[in-house]
Design a protein around this ligand. Structure first.
Ligand code: HEC
Ligand code: HEC
Length: 218
């Protein structure tokens, strides 16, 4: 990827340099009129197309870096842990009482999520946050965010085998409308919000997809 960028940049730079050189005594007589300029214009057009592809892929990667800040924030990462235990708090500590994911993500034995997590946030500090559908992704598709680099997470999100069989349009719908995602911006007393406003997060997510859903370089 970096090599490709260098190549494009170098080729573009050389063409600009070539275009600005006006040879004084060049024997153009043997060539059809304007052949020299046509040739250059053609090259410049190719470079323009390459440049706009490059611009798109840079814009896409930088939109994803904004999206990534939200995905890695505690309100999201706590339900997208690398292990089989949800996390809690802004320091992402393991959920107390050894609460486990369970096969369907809804907890195990007496520690089913819904036993403590009500349909709404329970008012008060350190009370369980709520949502009618409060659970982790299932064990066979855990959708891990914790510990992933931007590149790894972008690749995972695009992969239907890892993202809950979603198309990119369904992913946009998920981040725009899903009630667990929206909970992140209404997390109950004493919990910080993700670093971007929800509307800005959705805007960056759409921009990432519209420009090719490029995975940032490592
Ligand atoms: C025994 C009760 C209980 C059970 C069972 C339980 N939780 Fe919790 N959970 C809590 C309480 C209480 C809090 C709030 C802790 C605090 O804010 O200090 C909490 C907080 C959380 C948080 C932290 C939210 C945040 O962003 O800080 C997550 C995530 C979470 N629970 C997920 C789950 C999941 C998923 C399950 C089921 C697999 C589950 N919990 C089962 C009581 C429970
Ligand atoms: C209470 C737990 C919980 C919280 C909090 C939560 N999620 Fe999720 N998330 C899930 C579950 C469960 C799924 C899988 C269900 C589905 O696909 O509909 C999921 C799926 C996703 C997906 C689908 C694709 C994939 O590969 O991961 C995205 C994107 C996502 N969540 C983003 C977020 C964002 C952004 C936040 C924070 C603003 C967030 N989640 C907070 C539980 C949670």
């Amino acid at each position: 990827m970096q090599q490709a960028i260098y190549t494009v940049v170098i080729v573009a730079a050389l063409s600009v340099a070539a275009a600005s050189i006006k040879p004084v005594n060049e024997p153009l007589a043997a060539l059809p009129a304007n052949a020299h300029e046509d040739n250059l214009m053609e090259k410049l057009n190719v470079n323009a197309a390459e440049n706009s592809a490059l611009r798109d892929s840079l814009a896409s990667a930088s939109a994803f870096l904004e999206v990534y800040k939200v995905l890695m924030s505690p309100r999201c990462m706590n339900c997208h842990p690398k292990g089989d235990q949800p996390l809690q708090g802004d320091d992402n500590h393991l959920h107390v009482m050894d609460v486990q994911r369970g096969e369907d993500g809804k907890g195990m034995y007496a520690l089913k999520c819904a036993n403590c997590h009500q349909p709404q946030n329970v008012p008060g500090a350190n009370m369980p946050p709520g949502n009618p559908n409060w659970h982790l992704p299932p064990a066979d598709m855990p959708m891990v965010f914790e510990g992933k680099s931007p590149r790894e997470l972008a690749i995972q999100l695009k992969d239907p085998k890892q993202n809950g069989h979603k198309t990119m349009q369904q992913l946009i719908h998920h981040v725009s409308k899903d009630s667990l995602v929206l909970w992140g911006w209404n997390p109950g007393e004493g919990r910080t919000l993700p670093p971007l406003k929800h509307a800005e997060f959705v805007k960056q997510f759409k921009a990432w997809v519209a420009t090719g859903a490029v995975a940032p370089a490592e």
